[in-house]
Ligand binder design. Sequence first.
Ligand code: ADP
Ligand code: MG
Length: 281
Amino acid sequence: MYKLSAVTKNYAKGRETVAALRGVDLVIEDGEWLAIQGPTGHGKSTLLQILGGLDRPSGGIVDFDGRDLAQLREAEVTRVRAASVGFVFQTFNLIPTLSAQENVEAALVPLHVSAAARQQRAAVALETVGLGDRLRHVPGELSGGQQQRVAIARALVKEPKVLLADEPTGNLDEDTRDEIIGLLEVMWRERGLTMVLVTHDSTVARRAQRIGVMKNGRLTFRKAARAQAARTQAAGAQDAPVQAALSPLSPRSSSSASSGLQPPDLPAAKESSVDSVRADE
Ligand code: ADP
Ligand code: MG
Protein backbone atom coordinates (compact mmCIF):
# COMPACT_ATOMS: atom_id res chain seq x y z
CA MET A 1 0.00 0.00 0.00
CA TYR A 2 2.75 2.42 1.04
CA LYS A 3 6.44 2.49 0.36
CA LEU A 4 8.30 5.44 1.83
CA SER A 5 11.95 6.04 1.08
CA ALA A 6 14.14 8.62 2.80
CA VAL A 7 11.21 10.87 3.60
CA THR A 8 12.16 14.16 5.21
CA LYS A 9 10.11 17.12 6.33
CA ASN A 10 11.48 20.47 7.38
CA TYR A 11 9.38 23.28 8.77
CA ALA A 12 10.57 26.85 8.78
CA LYS A 13 10.20 28.29 12.24
CA GLY A 14 11.30 31.91 12.19
CA ARG A 15 14.91 31.80 11.11
CA GLU A 16 15.33 28.22 12.13
CA THR A 17 14.39 25.02 10.43
CA VAL A 18 12.73 22.24 12.36
CA ALA A 19 13.54 18.80 10.97
CA ALA A 20 10.28 16.99 11.79
CA LEU A 21 11.16 13.90 9.72
CA ARG A 22 14.80 12.94 9.22
CA GLY A 23 14.70 10.15 6.67
CA VAL A 24 11.82 7.75 7.18
CA ASP A 25 11.80 4.42 5.34
CA LEU A 26 8.57 2.50 5.75
CA VAL A 27 6.65 -0.20 3.94
CA ILE A 28 3.02 -0.73 4.90
CA GLU A 29 1.34 -3.79 3.43
CA ASP A 30 -2.25 -3.86 2.20
CA GLY A 31 -4.53 -4.64 5.10
CA GLU A 32 -1.90 -4.05 7.75
CA TRP A 33 -2.59 -2.39 11.09
CA LEU A 34 0.39 -0.34 12.18
CA ALA A 35 0.62 1.65 15.40
CA ILE A 36 3.07 4.50 15.82
CA GLN A 37 4.13 5.57 19.29
CA GLY A 38 6.53 8.18 20.51
CA PRO A 39 6.87 11.33 22.57
CA THR A 40 5.19 14.62 21.67
CA GLY A 41 6.83 16.72 19.01
CA HIS A 42 8.81 13.92 17.40
CA GLY A 43 7.05 13.79 14.04
CA LYS A 44 4.12 11.37 14.40
CA SER A 45 1.44 13.72 13.12
CA THR A 46 3.74 14.99 10.41
CA LEU A 47 4.23 11.45 9.15
CA LEU A 48 0.49 10.76 9.23
CA GLN A 49 -0.26 13.93 7.28
CA ILE A 50 2.25 12.99 4.64
CA LEU A 51 0.77 9.48 4.39
CA GLY A 52 -2.64 11.06 3.86
CA GLY A 53 -1.52 13.64 1.33
CA LEU A 54 -2.44 16.48 3.69
CA ASP A 55 1.13 17.67 3.53
CA ARG A 56 4.11 17.09 1.23
CA PRO A 57 7.53 15.88 2.27
CA SER A 58 10.59 18.08 1.79
CA GLY A 59 12.39 15.10 0.27
CA GLY A 60 12.00 11.42 -0.46
CA ILE A 61 9.36 9.21 -2.04
CA VAL A 62 5.85 8.50 -0.73
CA ASP A 63 4.66 5.70 -2.96
CA PHE A 64 0.94 5.03 -2.47
CA ASP A 65 -0.29 2.18 -4.65
CA GLY A 66 2.31 2.93 -7.27
CA ARG A 67 2.02 6.73 -7.31
CA ASP A 68 4.38 9.12 -5.57
CA LEU A 69 2.29 11.49 -3.46
CA ALA A 70 5.32 13.77 -3.24
CA GLN A 71 5.23 14.33 -6.99
CA LEU A 72 1.52 14.31 -7.88
CA ARG A 73 -0.14 17.55 -8.76
CA GLU A 74 -2.22 19.10 -6.00
CA ALA A 75 -5.53 18.29 -7.68
CA GLU A 76 -4.53 14.65 -7.97
CA VAL A 77 -3.44 14.42 -4.36
CA THR A 78 -6.79 15.91 -3.37
CA ARG A 79 -8.57 13.31 -5.46
CA VAL A 80 -6.57 10.44 -3.94
CA ARG A 81 -7.26 11.77 -0.46
CA ALA A 82 -10.98 12.23 -1.03
CA ALA A 83 -11.43 8.75 -2.47
CA SER A 84 -8.92 6.57 -0.67
CA VAL A 85 -7.96 7.98 2.72
CA GLY A 86 -10.08 8.38 5.83
CA PHE A 87 -8.85 10.47 8.76
CA VAL A 88 -9.79 10.34 12.43
CA PHE A 89 -8.41 12.95 14.84
CA GLN A 90 -8.04 13.32 18.57
CA THR A 91 -10.46 16.25 18.69
CA PHE A 92 -13.00 14.63 16.33
CA ASN A 93 -13.02 17.70 14.01
CA LEU A 94 -16.74 17.61 13.36
CA ILE A 95 -18.53 20.68 12.07
CA PRO A 96 -20.50 21.90 15.12
CA THR A 97 -23.46 23.34 13.22
CA LEU A 98 -24.09 20.21 11.16
CA SER A 99 -25.96 17.13 12.33
CA ALA A 100 -24.23 13.77 12.60
CA GLN A 101 -25.81 12.79 9.30
CA GLU A 102 -24.66 15.98 7.56
CA ASN A 103 -21.14 15.64 8.94
CA VAL A 104 -20.88 12.17 7.46
CA GLU A 105 -22.46 13.21 4.17
CA ALA A 106 -19.83 15.94 3.82
CA ALA A 107 -17.19 13.29 3.08
CA LEU A 108 -19.09 12.26 -0.05
CA VAL A 109 -19.49 15.73 -1.54
CA PRO A 110 -16.05 15.78 -3.25
CA LEU A 111 -16.84 12.38 -4.75
CA HIS A 112 -19.88 13.74 -6.61
CA VAL A 113 -22.30 11.32 -5.00
CA SER A 114 -25.94 12.32 -5.52
CA ALA A 115 -27.78 13.89 -2.59
CA ALA A 116 -30.08 10.91 -2.21
CA ALA A 117 -27.18 8.44 -2.21
CA ARG A 118 -25.25 10.62 0.23
CA GLN A 119 -28.13 10.59 2.68
CA GLN A 120 -28.62 6.89 2.38
CA ARG A 121 -24.93 6.00 2.72
CA ALA A 122 -24.42 8.37 5.67
CA ALA A 123 -27.37 6.82 7.50
CA VAL A 124 -25.98 3.32 6.90
CA ALA A 125 -22.51 4.39 8.07
CA LEU A 126 -23.93 5.86 11.26
CA GLU A 127 -25.94 2.71 11.92
CA THR A 128 -22.77 0.72 11.42
CA VAL A 129 -21.01 2.63 14.20
CA GLY A 130 -24.03 2.23 16.47
CA LEU A 131 -25.53 5.70 16.04
CA GLY A 132 -28.59 4.91 13.97
CA ASP A 133 -30.70 6.77 16.51
CA ARG A 134 -28.57 9.94 16.55
CA LEU A 135 -28.69 11.07 12.92
CA ARG A 136 -30.16 14.49 13.64
CA HIS A 137 -28.05 15.33 16.67
CA VAL A 138 -25.37 18.01 16.39
CA PRO A 139 -21.95 17.28 17.90
CA GLY A 140 -22.70 19.35 21.04
CA GLU A 141 -25.52 16.96 21.83
CA LEU A 142 -23.27 13.91 21.67
CA SER A 143 -20.73 12.48 24.11
CA GLY A 144 -17.05 12.37 23.19
CA GLY A 145 -17.25 8.71 22.32
CA GLN A 146 -20.32 9.31 20.17
CA GLN A 147 -18.61 12.19 18.39
CA GLN A 148 -15.65 9.97 17.62
CA ARG A 149 -18.07 7.37 16.24
CA VAL A 150 -19.49 10.02 13.92
CA ALA A 151 -15.94 10.88 12.84
CA ILE A 152 -15.25 7.20 12.15
CA ALA A 153 -18.46 6.96 10.10
CA ARG A 154 -17.37 10.07 8.19
CA ALA A 155 -13.94 8.54 7.53
CA LEU A 156 -15.37 5.23 6.35
CA VAL A 157 -18.51 6.23 4.44
CA LYS A 158 -16.49 6.64 1.25
CA GLU A 159 -15.01 3.16 1.71
CA PRO A 160 -11.39 4.24 1.73
CA LYS A 161 -8.45 1.88 1.41
CA VAL A 162 -6.63 3.51 4.29
CA LEU A 163 -7.66 4.79 7.69
CA LEU A 164 -5.25 7.17 9.39
CA ALA A 165 -5.99 7.91 13.04
CA ASP A 166 -4.06 10.51 15.07
CA GLU A 167 -4.50 9.88 18.80
CA PRO A 168 -8.15 8.89 18.23
CA THR A 169 -8.66 7.99 21.89
CA GLY A 170 -6.58 10.80 23.37
CA ASN A 171 -9.64 12.72 24.59
CA LEU A 172 -11.62 9.74 25.85
CA ASP A 173 -11.89 7.95 29.18
CA GLU A 174 -10.63 4.38 29.39
CA ASP A 175 -13.95 2.61 28.84
CA THR A 176 -14.78 4.79 25.85
CA ARG A 177 -11.25 4.34 24.55
CA ASP A 178 -11.74 0.57 24.61
CA GLU A 179 -15.08 0.88 22.81
CA ILE A 180 -13.59 3.06 20.09
CA ILE A 181 -10.56 0.82 19.58
CA GLY A 182 -12.90 -2.18 19.48
CA LEU A 183 -14.93 -0.44 16.79
CA LEU A 184 -11.82 0.46 14.77
CA GLU A 185 -10.63 -3.10 15.04
CA VAL A 186 -13.92 -4.45 13.71
CA MET A 187 -13.86 -1.97 10.85
CA TRP A 188 -10.25 -2.83 10.04
CA ARG A 189 -10.95 -6.55 10.02
CA GLU A 190 -14.29 -6.48 8.24
CA ARG A 191 -13.31 -4.04 5.54
CA GLY A 192 -9.76 -5.08 4.84
CA LEU A 193 -8.58 -1.57 5.70
CA THR A 194 -4.97 -0.58 5.98
CA MET A 195 -4.81 1.26 9.29
CA VAL A 196 -2.15 3.52 10.77
CA LEU A 197 -2.86 4.56 14.32
CA VAL A 198 -0.79 7.14 16.17
CA THR A 199 -1.08 6.81 19.91
CA HIS A 200 0.98 7.45 23.03
CA ASP A 201 -1.07 4.79 24.82
CA SER A 202 0.69 1.41 24.97
CA THR A 203 -2.58 -0.38 25.69
CA VAL A 204 -3.90 0.87 22.36
CA ALA A 205 -0.67 0.33 20.44
CA ARG A 206 -0.46 -3.29 21.51
CA ARG A 207 -3.68 -4.06 19.67
CA ALA A 208 -1.96 -3.38 16.34
CA GLN A 209 0.02 -5.93 14.32
CA ARG A 210 3.19 -3.88 14.40
CA ILE A 211 4.45 -0.97 16.46
CA GLY A 212 6.77 1.70 15.17
CA VAL A 213 8.39 4.23 17.43
CA MET A 214 8.95 7.77 16.24
CA LYS A 215 11.79 9.61 17.90
CA ASN A 216 13.58 12.71 16.68
CA GLY A 217 12.00 12.32 13.27
CA ARG A 218 13.19 8.76 12.86
CA LEU A 219 11.07 5.63 12.84
CA THR A 220 12.23 2.34 14.31
CA PHE A 221 10.46 -0.94 14.85
CA ARG A 222 10.35 -3.16 17.88
CA LYS A 223 9.03 -6.63 18.35
CA ALA A 224 5.73 -7.74 16.87
CA ALA A 225 2.78 -6.77 19.00
CA ARG A 226 -0.83 -7.79 18.94
CA ALA A 227 -0.98 -10.17 21.84
CA GLN A 228 -3.53 -12.91 21.64
CA ALA A 229 -4.89 -11.72 24.98
CA ALA A 230 -5.77 -8.36 23.49
CA ARG A 231 -7.58 -10.02 20.59
CA THR A 232 -9.62 -12.20 22.87
CA GLN A 233 -10.58 -9.15 24.86
CA ALA A 234 -11.45 -7.29 21.69
CA ALA A 235 -13.81 -10.04 20.58
CA GLY A 236 -15.72 -9.63 23.83
CA ALA A 237 -19.04 -8.00 24.64
CA GLN A 238 -18.07 -4.55 23.39
CA ASP A 239 -17.78 -5.62 19.77
CA ALA A 240 -20.68 -7.98 19.53
CA PRO A 241 -23.45 -5.48 18.73
CA VAL A 242 -21.24 -3.67 16.25
CA GLN A 243 -20.39 -6.91 14.54
CA ALA A 244 -24.06 -7.83 14.34
CA ALA A 245 -24.96 -4.44 12.91
CA LEU A 246 -22.17 -4.69 10.42
CA SER A 247 -22.66 -8.01 8.75
CA PRO A 248 -25.61 -7.16 6.52
CA LEU A 249 -24.27 -3.70 5.76
CA SER A 250 -20.65 -4.11 4.94
CA PRO A 251 -20.20 -4.72 1.23
CA ARG A 252 -16.64 -5.88 1.66
CA SER A 253 -17.10 -8.16 4.64
CA SER A 254 -17.33 -11.35 2.65
CA SER A 255 -14.36 -10.65 0.43
CA SER A 256 -12.11 -9.50 3.25
CA ALA A 257 -12.90 -12.63 5.21
CA SER A 258 -11.37 -14.77 2.52
CA SER A 259 -8.53 -12.53 1.46
CA GLY A 260 -6.12 -13.47 4.17
CA LEU A 261 -6.17 -10.03 5.74
CA GLN A 262 -6.69 -11.31 9.22
CA PRO A 263 -3.50 -11.21 11.20
CA PRO A 264 -1.86 -14.39 12.25
CA ASP A 265 -2.48 -15.26 15.86
CA LEU A 266 0.85 -14.23 17.15
CA PRO A 267 1.93 -15.36 20.57
CA ALA A 268 1.83 -12.66 23.18
CA ALA A 269 4.74 -10.34 22.55
CA LYS A 270 7.31 -9.98 25.26
CA GLU A 271 7.16 -6.68 27.02
CA SER A 272 9.19 -4.64 24.63
CA SER A 273 11.01 -1.40 25.07
CA VAL A 274 8.09 0.27 23.33
CA ASP A 275 6.58 0.51 26.76
CA SER A 276 9.48 2.54 27.94
CA VAL A 277 8.36 5.34 25.62
CA ARG A 278 6.72 7.73 28.00
CA ALA A 279 3.09 8.59 27.57
CA ASP A 280 3.24 12.09 26.24
CA GLU A 281 0.17 13.54 27.86
P1 ADP B 1 3.99 14.73 17.19
O1 ADP B 1 2.74 14.43 16.43
O2 ADP B 1 4.89 13.55 17.37
O3 ADP B 1 3.68 15.38 18.50
P2 ADP B 1 4.50 16.68 15.11
O4 ADP B 1 4.63 15.87 13.87
O5 ADP B 1 3.21 17.38 15.32
O6 ADP B 1 4.87 15.77 16.36
O7 ADP B 1 5.68 17.77 15.14
C1 ADP B 1 7.03 17.45 14.90
C2 ADP B 1 7.87 18.73 14.96
O8 ADP B 1 7.54 19.57 13.87
C3 ADP B 1 7.65 19.55 16.21
O9 ADP B 1 8.87 20.13 16.59
C4 ADP B 1 6.68 20.61 15.77
O10 ADP B 1 6.81 21.77 16.55
C5 ADP B 1 7.07 20.82 14.33
N1 ADP B 1 5.93 21.23 13.50
C6 ADP B 1 4.84 20.48 13.22
N2 ADP B 1 3.99 21.12 12.39
C7 ADP B 1 4.58 22.32 12.14
C8 ADP B 1 4.21 23.45 11.33
N3 ADP B 1 3.08 23.48 10.62
N4 ADP B 1 5.06 24.52 11.31
C9 ADP B 1 6.21 24.51 12.02
N5 ADP B 1 6.62 23.47 12.78
C10 ADP B 1 5.81 22.40 12.85
MG1 MG C 1 0.78 14.76 17.03
